[in-house]
Write a protein that binds this ligand. Structure first.
Ligand SMILES: CC(C)(COP(=O)(O)OP(=O)(O)OC[C@H]1O[C@@H](n2cnc3c(N)ncnc32)[C@H](O)[C@@H]1OP(=O)(O)O)[C@@H](O)C(=O)NCCC(=O)NCCS
Length: 154
């Protein structure tokens, strides 16, 4: 697929006014979406919450929490109609560089073993699997483990 994301998207900080659209995207791409409260708590806590915008349309978002010199990627989401156009890769690069600019030495994230797209994206970006968290995620009637991934910053 042609990488169009570079030419048409900008990144800007998320605002409370964005949350209706963010929640519509979130509900469309996750079986177990974040709640509106998860996003507003992230904004209130001062986490780095970013929107990817094409024209005036929100097409993705990401949330990063800093703990001392560790960046924790809490959410990375691309609207379903914008996936597979290079935006996830571009947004991850942006969030990583922004975290480095704010003194991050490493970035951590959790991903479901069943999330083929997410795992491939992170592996391609230089993250490595370092641990498992048993039963971390809700999944249908039960739970799903989480793979913990780490990237050390140069
Ligand atoms: C995971 C996600 C962020 C990827 O964003 P995207 O914009 O579609 O991805 P890109 O087009 O930038 O692709 C980058 C790489 O990701 C991987 N990838 C993306 N979609 C994939 C898919 N459906 N299957 C396999 N690999 C995939 C590939 O390695 C791809 O590189 P390639 O194009 O050279 O093969 C997006 O699919 C998404 O928002 N999914 C739902 C939410 C989610 O799972 N977020 C991550 C939670 S941990």
């Amino acid at each position: 697929m042609t990488e169009v994301a570079d030419r048409v998207t900008v990144f800007r900080p998320m605002k409370t006014d964005d949350l209706d659209t963010v929640m519509a995207i979130e509900r469309g791409i996750y079986a177990h979406p974040w709640t509106r409260g998860n996003f507003s708590d992230s904004l209130d806590a001062g986490y780095y919450c970013w929107i990817a915008e094409s024209g005036s349309e929100i097409v993705g978002y990401g949330v990063v929490m800093m703990v001392l010199d560790e960046a924790h990627l809490l959410n990375l989401s691309i609207a379903s109609w914008w996936q597979r156009r290079g935006l996830g890769r571009q947004m991850l690069k942006f969030l990583t560089e922004h975290a480095v600019d704010h003194a991050a030495q490493c970035m951590y994230l959790e991903v479901r073993p069943s999330n083929v797209a997410g795992r491939a994206l992170y592996a391609q970006a230089g993250f490595r699997e370092i641990a498992m968290r048993p039963g971390y995620y809700p999944a249908g009637p039960g739970c799903e483990d989480a793979i913990v991934m780490e990237k050390l910053m140069p």
